[in-house]
Each structure stands twice: as structure tokens, then as C-alpha cells.
Design a protein around this ligand. Sequence first.
Ligand code: DGY
Length: 320
Amino acid sequence: MNVFITKNIPQAGIVLLQEKGINLTINPTENILSREEFIKICKENDVLLNVGANNLDEDFFQQCPNLKGIALFSVGFDVVHMPSANSRKIPVGNTPDVLSRATSDIAFLLMQSVARKSSYNHKKIINGEWGSFNALENLGQELYGKTLGIFGLGRIGFEMAKKCKAAFGMNIIYHNRSHNESAECELDATFVDFETLLAQSDVLSIHSNYTEENNELFNKNTFAKMKRNAIFINTARGKFHNEDDLFYALSNNIIWGAGLDVTNPEPMLPNNPLLSLPNCCILPHIGSATSEARNAMAICAAQNIIAVFEGKEMPFAVNF
Ligand code: DGY
């Protein structure tokens, strides 16, 4: 069986695949392949290990009729047009659980960085703007006893809620497709409707799978319904928020601050106006970027591929 890996992954996954005698083609360049090159190589392979944001749409599936499986090096599967995979009975697998702690760590870090203006103050030192002590300057806000609102309380949201509860005794509210019994029992989390989530959250953190229904759900209208002291955190997908509206909300004190690990598009250009704001902290999509998480993701992805090789169900399938 031939597998195309679109970018290098940790050795732990490569070794597992090689031990099974699976032929690997690893994209040797760090550059993103053109669509034509990408499809050309996919056509020559049985399984794709997709690392990054290649768009696996209906056209892709039409052009690669011999594909037997797709392993994603991510928990999110928004790059795959699932109806196209499903209609062709192509299994798609992701890397759940193993990155939940690392990704929620970044959400937690962004929340604190925004609340205490840490990245803004770091930039001030670099710019030679560290002046004398001023009791009225650099005032952040404390998070003790505040309300954390989670949009999409799954595995990552649960980890974020757990940390916020333990560190700051935060009150947890959440909006989800269904009730999360463990969060309600263990964290005393309360299920609320979306409007209540907007109105009551001091920190609103997105931990949902991205779908088109949620495209730019966080926009001028929804930011206007949030508290003036609210901190907006997005570590899920950039397409959840409208960037111009976020800029407007942040620069007009509609909300207090924002922490983003995801942008739209990625990479964000260095002249993006959000980068100039003192109340916005932005990271380059590093949620799962720890050695522990990335090794474990490589192993999950390899296990999904090996399942296709052995004619079994993928252990981390998102469809079959
Ligand atoms: C994920 O696993 O979905 C991360 O966002 C990396 O893409």
C-alpha cells in the first residue's frame, strides 16, 4: 500500500508505518504543494496522510477515485467535504484526545495573556517603551470567580473548563449540541442557550468543530451582545469569527480583549491590523504544538492508516 504524507510528521508515526512495510512518499519540501502537484501525487497513492489545510473537496475526491482512506494529522476535520468521502465510502480518521490538554493549555495561556496584557507589554519593552512605574497603567483584570463560557464543550473544552475552575474558581456555562453530563457533574457546568452564553460570559472560548453553519458566528452582532469586559478566545478555527468585526469590537471597546490561536486566512499577514491592537494576543496556530501531543498524533494517524492496510475500521474514524 502506498501512502502520501503531505508534510513531515514525528518519527514515532513513520516507524509504525515502516514496520508494516507500507510505502511512504513524504513531501520533502516545507512548501505547500500547488493544487495540481498535490492531486497528482494523491492519485498515485492509496491513502493520504494530510498534514495542514489542503482542501479535500468534491473535486479532490472526483480526481482521486482510487483513494482508500484519509488520515488527518489533526482533530478538526473541516478540510474534508464529508458527504464526498461518505458517498464513496472512504474512511476519514483524525487524532482526537491526544491534543486536548495541549490545545486547552493554549486557550488558557491566551486568556491570561489578554487579561494581564502580557504580549502587549512584552512588545512595549522591545519598542523601548518601558517607562517609570505608573499606578494607573497596564491594568489588567483578574479572573477569580468570573464566568467562563464555552462554545462547544467536547474534550478540549472540558480541559479548558477544568483548568479555569481549578485555577480561578470560575463559574462554567456552556453551549453545545447536547448536554455534557461529565462537565455538569464534575465541574458544575451549566448548559445555556447561545444568547445567554454571549450575555453572561466574562471569557468566551470556542472549542467546537467548525462547520459552515458556524461561519463567522462571532461578528458585529454577536460581539455587541457580549459584556464590555469580555475576553474572546478562539483556538478552534479562524472562520468562526469575522476579523473586521473583531477589529471593530476591540478598537471600540465593545469587548475587552481577544486571544487567537487561529486566523482567517492562515498564515496571518504581518500587516494585519489586529496585530497592532494592545488588547489582542495572536499565536500562529500552535494549539497542539508540544512534542508529547505531536508524537501521539503521529501514532494515531499511523494507526488509522494501518487499519486501512489491514482492512479494519480506523480506530479514530470520524465517519465509518
Ligand atoms: C487540529 O488538530 O485540528 C489543530 O487545529 C491542528 O490543525
